[in-house]
Structures are given as structure tokens and as C-alpha cells.
Design a binder for this molecule. Sequence first.
Ligand code: PLP
Length: 383
Amino acid sequence: MKQLSSARSLIPESGIRKLAELSALIPDAIHLEVGEPNVNTPEHIMEAAAVAAREGFTKYTPVPGYPTLRKAIKEDLHARYNLNVSMDEIVVTSGSVMALSASLLAIADVGDEILVPDPAWPVYEMILRVQQCVPVPYVLKAEEGFIPDFEELEAKVTGRTKAIMINTPGNPTGGVFDEETIKRLMEFAVKHDLYVISDEVYDSIIYEGTHITPKAYDTDGRVISIFGVSKKYAMTGWRLGYSIANKEISALMIKIMITLVGNAPSTSQKAAEAALTGPQEFVEEMRLSYQSRRDRAYAMLVQEKIKCYPNKGAFYMLIDISETGMTSDDFALTLLSEEKVAVAPGSTFGVSSQNMVRISLATEETALLEGVRRICAFIAKNR
Ligand code: PLP
């Protein structure tokens, strides 16, 4: 048989998935590798989807999403960020990962260079490899609070640079970009005529500072802001996200959506509509719960004198494992076999996190704290 696509064969493997698959073979393993809320979707959201299905919302939908959902998104963005977006600037996608893929397909061509954070969610690089774009990493230094160094960014721009991707609050860093950083980012993007692809899926999960969306500083329509309901409302399996981008980008994304998925699932759209327009107590309860888990996990690590970086947002913490002398892959594999705890190796997020592992705080608290206890013991044993 002829060979598979040579370009797509270069897609790197996700280290998170690898650990998830290996740990699935160990029945009583503690899972701190995948970033997924441990609770079920709130009842009123599930009920809204069930009612919608019975009412016949089971057919194809408009490609950019039901107008009622897009109106709910528009109003939510106005209420939370004072943004005035029009309906044709909103595209509802199958998970925010699809908004990332479709927006990149809309703006970039083969060989275009895209500035990506290091460390970053590994799927960014996978998407760029699928699309034969060139990822150009820029470092988010732990000592600097995981915000970009603009001198480094300046040095990385070439004639082929098309866009910069940002993620705040960040996965795996937990870093939150402040207003000053967002303003500098926008000046940088305007100066070099770059698109800004802004992944804001953790915008509601912040413990220190506030979320500043670059869309609020977008004077000429170069920002594509991407949001989702997965993390905020514990809806990872419903596959629902959305993008806010200028009308031309959005129109092109709609054409691209037709080739990839047609439209986001109808019942998930109705569920997302209920999530955005219904009671919001769940979001605050979960935020406080993640914060308390973070504080308790951090206290345990500090007690054992283990270097780590408490997150300002999102639900991940990076732990420095340099003192063990192990690579992050060896650390993750040995920890899994000896202590039955699965973590994500830092190498999967980039070069700058190679001496770290990531734990997810979205795990149920007793399991999380037991997992952290075992990590502490494992590091102490291997110092
Ligand atoms: N962006 C980041 C930074 C993520 O961590 C994730 C999921 O882990 C996503 C996007 C994907 O979210 P969704 O479930 O909406 O596709």
C-alpha cells in the first residue's frame, strides 16, 4: 500500500494521552494527568439538552450555530468583558480545539510561522503540524510568572510570521497575563501585522488577578478569541466551543467547518445556551474548590521543600523535578509504576518545562492529595 501522508505522519504524540493510556491499565492508579473537571455537568444543563432533544433539536443546525446560542454568547461577552461583538463574528465549533484548528486554517498557509508559547498545551503543535505551519516557540519563564519576554518575541519575527498564539490563564503554566502584558502584546501584533489567536478557555478559573481578553484591545480585528464550555461548566464531553473573530475570518471558518464537521452538535448547543443563560453559582463553587485544592497541594509540596509554581489561574500546577536528576518522561513512568500516580511529563509541553511535571487540580480532592503525598515521598526518595 502507498505511504500515509508524510506531513501528517510528523504529528507529535501527546505525552498526556500516553500517560493516560498507560495508567488506564492500572486499576487503582491516581489520575493527575488529564485536565478534566471531576464533577458531572450541572443538572439544569443536562435537563435543557434532554428537553431540546425531545422538542426536535436533533437536526442539522446553522453552520455557525443556533442564533439563540450566538445571542447568548454575545450577551455573555458584553456582560463580562463589555465587548460589543456582532452575531456574524461568532462561530460555534465542536469544542474550542476546533475553533483553534479552523481559525488557523482560515489565516495560515503551508510554511507560515506561528509563534507559540513554550510551555504550552501540546495540541497547539499538533494542529500546526497537521496544517504544515512552522511552530516557533517563545519561552514563558517560570521566574517571570510565565508571561512573554517581548525582546525574545521581537527577535523571533520573520517575514513569514503570520500569528502569535497566546493562552491565558495558561495550561500548563497557570500564568495569567495582566493588562500591561496584553497591551504590549497588541502593540507587538500591530507593529508586525500579526494575527493573535487567543485561547481563553480558562477565563473563568482565576484565583489571582482578572482575565483580560485581548479582544478588548483589538482596534483592527486581528484578534481571534476562543472560549469554551468544557472547563467552565464541566462539559468536556459535549464538545462545544466558540470563536470571536472579524467577519471575514468568521465567514471563512464557516466554510472550513463545513468540510470538517458540518456543525457543532445540536443538543450540545442547547446545553451551552442553558449554561450561559442559567444560574452561574456552579462556576464560582468550582473556582473556589480548585483554589482550595491548589492551596492544599501547594502547602504539602512546600512542606517537603519541593519547588513548584502555584497557578494563578486554570487548574494545573507545575512541579520542578530537577533534584531527582530524572527526565520528566522517566519521572512520570517510574512514578506511575512505583507509586501508581499518573502525571503529565513536562517534555510534552515544550523544552522549557523539561525539568517539570504537571498535575491537574481538577481531580477529586482526596485522590489529589493522596497523589501529591506520593509525589512528595517519591521525590524525597530520589533526591
Ligand atoms: N485549550 C486549552 C489550553 C486546553 O487545555 C484545552 C483542553 O484541555 C482546550 C483548549 C480544549 O478544550 P475543548 O474541550 O473546548 O476543546
